[in-house]
Design a protein around this ligand. Structure first.
Ligand code: 13P
Length: 247
């Protein structure tokens, strides 16, 4: 069985209409319809219409970075899974560490968002990851296991995507080594369906992508800063596509 290879950009709170247009054009030019690894961009809500118009009919999918756990109603400022589906989203990031740390999302809330995304026909990209203090205390598996179990206790994982994003590697320039990431991916894989695509995220860039993607349980990347530079992003995509992992 061949697992899906996926490289997804998380633009976070970056972009504007002009910069987005230039970035998407460059990605489409360089991507060239090559489908050996799937490619997606997860963009801020206001740009979903722009991104959907540009990417519809291409080999690049798109998604959002957050979703409400509620289906509809009086939830000022929130965006539902049905709204994201209405804008053609395939993916939605759920439980990113910035949402957990800066916006207080609990394991339970992340599980509810995951369930809402699945119910709405979206593919969640569920993020888990430990802080540096947790890693140094030898608690990495306990933390990522707890974060994943919270979701699995209320939903089947289905064809969702899992992303291991060590908090200490995000936006720091300090990526996990391939061996460190592989160890956590192998642990996570014991808990999800065998065909699950498990991404690594945290300071992944062209220079370190090949080493990470050569690991047997690393199926792709969730890319922050490097997804804003087309050449970096495309180089990671090419690295993911050139390494075929058969299990
Ligand atoms: P960086 O690639 O900027 O470290 O961010 C990773 C990330 O948080 C992707 O979701």
């Amino acid at each position: 069985m061949t697992r899906t290879r996926l490289v997804a950009g998380n633009w976070k709170m970056h972009g504007n209409r002009a910069a987005n247009a230039a970035l998407l054009d460059a990605i489409l030019r360089g991507q060239g319809g090559d489908a050996s690894a799937e490619c997606a961009v997860c963009v801020p809500f206001p740009y979903l219409a722009q991104v959907g118009e540009r990417l519809r009919g291409t080999a690049v999918a798109w998604g959002a970075q957050n979703v409400s756990e509620h289906a509809q109603g009086a939830y000022t400022g929130e965006v539902s899974a049905a709204m994201l589906a209405d804008f053609g989203c395939k993916y939605v990031i759920v439980g990113h560490s910035e949402r957990r740390q800066l916006f207080g999302e609990s394991d339970g809330q992340v599980a509810a968002k995951f369930a809402a995304a699945r119910k709405g026909g979206l593919t969640p990209i569920l993020c888990v990851g430990e802080t540096l203090a947790e890693r140094e205390a030898g608690r990495t598996e306990q933390v990522v296991g707890r974060q994943l179990d919270a979701v699995l206790s209320s939903s089947s994982f289905g064809d969702a995507v899992l992303a291991y994003e060590p908090v200490w590697a995000i936006g720091t320039g300090r990526n996990a080594t391939p061996e460190q990431a592989q160890a956590v991916h192998a642990f996570l894989r014991t808990k999800v369906p065998s065909e699950t695509c498990i991404l690594y995220g945290g300071s992944m860039k062209a220079a370190n992508a090949a080493g990470l993607l050569a690991m047997p349980d690393i199926d792709g990347g969730l890319i922050g800063g490097a997804s804003l530079a087309a050449e970096e992003f495309l180089a990671i995509l090419r690295a993911a596509g050139s390494i075929r992992v058969t299990t």
